[in-house]
Design a protein around this ligand. Structure first.
Ligand code: SF4
Ligand code: SF4
Length: 317
């Protein structure tokens, strides 16, 4: 795979500092039942990296002394970590919201038949990838059969009340473009998604549109197709200063499967540590004040400020 970091390091992106810490995003490991083309963590069934129980306990200790309102669990498929249920239940006991970044197909795996019930019982918010409502497009990006399994997963969640007006179980979907364009306006696409999916009897709360980042698998594909420079030009030319105040790293800390910390998930994939070049572990940040600490920026940050903006919670406008 081709590395894009050397092309991103020298950047004109403005310097930014942190605000109050509100969201902790944890990568529970790189194992996934899928192997998607655009995956920025290169997750897949053969990966071995997984967060250990000891690290999870250190994170829970950090949470006790923090201002964190939301814990955001990612992977790989976060549910494949054997301690997934433990971290969810312990965090919920502290009154902290939990988001599960669910790929939907995991809900249909034979040994995960109780997963959806567990998520509902613990009022876990679900953010699920569905890059398109057209079968061919989904299977092209995420693998054969993924569309059908995702639809079944969504139906299972709806049956439990997820995404329905009558319940407070939140189900949000994520769209990311297939190629080198910016996502279309989030609200308009949400209307389109709701219209198409309701015909299949599927309901959800919000659609989040996310810009593809020029890093890892997607960045490497851009380089090998000779499209990297054009894509970077598009991101830079679409820069909107008003998005800068809201980029997610202002209030988020990202943790890798070993417990090391980063300003965001993308920086984690590029080994750009929080407090770079020092490698800081979460156990050494208990009761730390993050306000005004500088954020490690590079060229890929233009992906967060382009057009309507992009974050793990969708557009910024
Ligand atoms: S489902 Fe998500 S984590 Fe798994 S390979 Fe696809 S993009 Fe990566
Ligand atoms: S890529 Fe990360 S560090 Fe850069 S602006 Fe986006 S969230 Fe912040």
């Amino acid at each position: 795979m081709l590395d894009t970091l050397p092309l991103l390091k020298n950047t004109t992106f403005p310097s930014i500092n942190r605000k109050k810490l509100e969201l902790l995003q944890i990568n529970l490991g790189y194992i996934c039942n899928q192997q998607c083309l655009h995956c920025h963590v290169n997750a897949g069934p053969k990966r071995k990296e997984i967060m250990a129980l000891e690290t999870i306990k250190q994170i829970l200790e950090f949470l006790k002394y923090s201002s964190i309102k939301t814990l955001d669990l990612t992977g790989g498929a976060p549910e494949l970590n054997p301690h997934f249920e433990y971290i969810v239940t312990e965090t919920r006991k502290m009154g902290i919201d939990v988001i599960d970044r669910c790929n939907l197909t995991i809900l249909m795996e034979e040994d995960k038949q109780n997963l959806a019930n567990f998520l509902a019982e613990n009022q876990v918010k679900i953010v699920a990838s569905l890059p398109c409502y057209i079968e061919d497009n989904v299977d092209k990006q995420r693998g054969k059969g993924v569309y059908n399994a995702s639809i079944q997963g969504l139906k299972k969640l709806n049956n439990l009340g997820y995404g329905m007006d009558s319940s407070n179980l939140e189900l949000n979907l994520v769209f990311n473009p297939q190629g080198t364009s910016l996502p279309p306006p989030q609200k308009e696409l949400e209307v389109d998604y709701k219209d198409k999916l309701s015909k299949l009897g599927i309901y959800f709360n919000q659609l989040f549109t996310i810009t593809n980042m020029p890093i890892k698998r997607f960045g490497s594909t851009l380089l090998s197709l000779g499209k990297f420079d054009n894509y970077m030009e598009l991101l830079k030319n679409s820069y909107k200063h008003e998005n800068l105040d809201q980029v997610m790293c202002r209030s988020l800390l990202s943790i890798d499967w070993q417990g090391f910390t980063y300003d965001c998930d993308f920086n984690q994939m590029l080994d750009l540590y929080f407090n770079h070049p020092t490698k800081t572990h979460i156990k050494d940040l208990i009761d730390e004040n993050f306000e005004n600490v500088p954020i490690e920026v590079a060229g890929h940050c233009y992906g967060c400020t382009a057009g309507q903006g992009s974050s793990c919670g969708g557009s910024l406008d």
